[in-house]
Design a protein around this ligand. Structure first.
Ligand code: BES
Ligand code: ZN
Ligand code: ZN
Length: 496
């Protein structure tokens, strides 16, 4: 349970009252809280610094079982991300102590120069996301998530923020859904099962679902998806999630149509161009774009968005077998263009072009965004925490970057130089799927995609870096990060 509450903090009965303390400025409005900070004034090891923490048990003047003071650092450095981290840290600390419920005392929004809604949203997000424990595959469950998380604030702020908790819960539980799909082992999410899992999650929402099986993919001329899926016993699929408020009589359809496309490679072995062993086990995360798109659709439907959103998700397993595609193969894509497969490990762009071509033809979107763990080159360029954004439309790229600043899903605009398209030309087919040299690999991949979107307003987000972490982060366990879900919700809410 996630809630915002107000009232006299001295009266709060909880296992753990969390009080963030700033190094150089008093950020709490309430005298009872300020008074409790007096209690620790002379404790040498606590200065309010970023790593500092001290716990008092049954302190005088408060009804909480314990008060956990956590350092938040310098006042000038407090921003939304700092608040996510601090509430996340508090939750993780409580989980370690086997505590079931916690009340977090929000600072005074005015005193930290953030608006009240940003302040509360950030605290709620950090806490809710940090409460996600991924231990389905462990026999011993060491960490139990908290049952109840309350953010405590003054009455005025609390009133304005009462719907925030619901919104945060919706978006962050979708984020966690995406994380769980990404972290799921690849033997449990081969295309057929992954698609069924998406189906199961989406059918509870006001979303129309279509699953295209191999036969239907063939009938529709999706040669690229079929070629990538050819090596796996688990046959390729494409699942389409259609959220259409107009259809349900709520709003007219002229609000516009968005298509989101997500790369769904449930395991990327590289195919005949087999990857090297190091980190191969992490290639279960190559469906993170698909997971983010499915989760975003679910979140937007729960938020009752006023425009149509269609998630188009091609799902394949990139494997080797006697039937797998070979380097040198030439395939016919949905668009009619032929592609020479020069590298079977550049499979993501192949499934995306068929999915995007299909989406453009059937839904004529006003806006299309694809999310994909597309290239290692993007990780080389921007590191593991920043996604690359590519778009022929600079305003669209900037809108995504700005949304990412708000959600702390950092994005950086990458160039799409026209002359680099040269590198994707083939001697034998209309295009090849991998450039002859590896330089600028994230860019050549984006340029390849661009060849199949016509003049649709489109952006491509390469999330190969930030989709997955090997070690836990401040409010995310090791595994899938859910990168892209909050980002897309924020982007669409701003643009549509
Ligand atoms: N799924 C990978 C990209 C990737 C790499 C994702 C690291 C996450 C972490 C993609 O299919 C791939 O293998 N791309 C190749 C393209 C190359 C063969 C042109 C790459 O980046 O090396
Ligand atoms: Zn690959
Ligand atoms: Zn891949």
């Amino acid at each position: 349970m996630l809630m915002i509450q107000s009232g006299n903090p001295a009266e709060i009965q909880t296992e753990c009252l969390v009080v963030p303390v700033c190094e150089d400025v008093d950020i709490h409005p309430d005298p009872a809280i300020a008074g409790s900070i007096h209690l620790i004034e002379n404790i040498r090891e606590f200065k309010g610094g970023k790593e500092d923490e001290v716990v008092l048990y049954r302190p005088q003047g408060l009804r909480a079982d314990r008060v956990m003071f956590i350092g938040i650092g310098r006042h000038a450095k407090i921003d939304a991300e700092c608040l996510r981290r601090i509430s996340g840290r508090a939750v993780k600390e409580c989980i370690r102590k086997n505590i079931e419920n916690m009340v977090f005392c929000a600072p005074d929004a005015g005193k930290i120069s953030l608006d009240a809604s940003t302040m509360l949203t950030s605290l709620l997000e950090g806490a809710f996301l940090a409460n996600h424990v991924f231990d389905h595959y462990k026999q011993e469950k060491k960490c139990k998530p908290l049952k109840k998380i309350i953010v405590h604030t003054n009455a005025v702020t609390g009133r304005a923020g009462s719907s925030l908790a619901r919104q945060v819960k919706t978006v962050c539980s979708a984020t966690i859904m995406a994380r769980e799909w990404v972290s799921m082992p690849p033997n449990e999410k081969r295309p057929d099962r992954f698609v069924r899992s998406i189906h199961k999650a989406a059918e509870k929402e006001k979303i129309d679902i279509t699953v295209m099986d191999e036969q239907s993919l063939r009938k529709n001329g999706m040669g690229a998806i079929l070629a990538v899926g050819a090596g796996s016993r688990s046959r390729p699929r494409m699942i389409i999630l259609d959220y259409d408020p107009g259809k349900r009589g709520k709003r007219s359809n002229n609000a516009g149509t968005v298509v989101l496309v997500g790369k769904g490679v449930t395991f990327d072995s590289g195919g005949i161009n087999l990857k090297t062993p190091s980190g191969l086990e992490d290639m279960k995360m190559d469906m993170a774009g698909a997971a983010a798109v499915a989760a975003t659709l679910i979140a937007m439907s729960r938020l009752k968005a006023g425009f149509r959103i269609i998630g188009v998700i091609p799902v394949v397993e990139n494997m080797l077998s006697g039937d797998a595609s070979r380097p040198g193969d030439i395939i016919k894509t949905f668009s009619g263009k032929t592609v020479e497969i020069t590298n079977t490990d550049a499979e993501g762009r192949l499934i995306l072009i068929d999915a995007m071509g299909y989406a453009i033809k059937h839904y004529k979107p006003d806006l299309m965004i694809d999310l994909a763990t597309l290239t290692g080159a993007c990780v080389v360029a921007l590191g593991e925490k920043i996604a690359g954004v590519f778009s022929p439309d600079p305003a669209l790229a900037q809108a995504i970057v700005s949304a990412g600043e708000a959600t702390h899903e950092r994005c950086w605009t990458m160039p799409m130089p026209d002359d680099y398209r040269e590198m994707m030309k083939s001697e034998f087919a209309d295009l090849k799927n991998a450039a002859s040299n590896r330089w600028g690999g994230a860019i050549t991949a984006a340029l390849f995609l661009a060849d199949f979107v016509g003049d649709t307003r489109w952006a491509h987000i390469d999330i190969a870096g930030p989709a997955y972490i090997k070690k836990e982060g401040p409010y995310c366990p090791a595994g899938g990060t859910g990168f892209g879900v909050r980002l897309m919700v924020e982007t669409l809410q701003r643009l549509m």
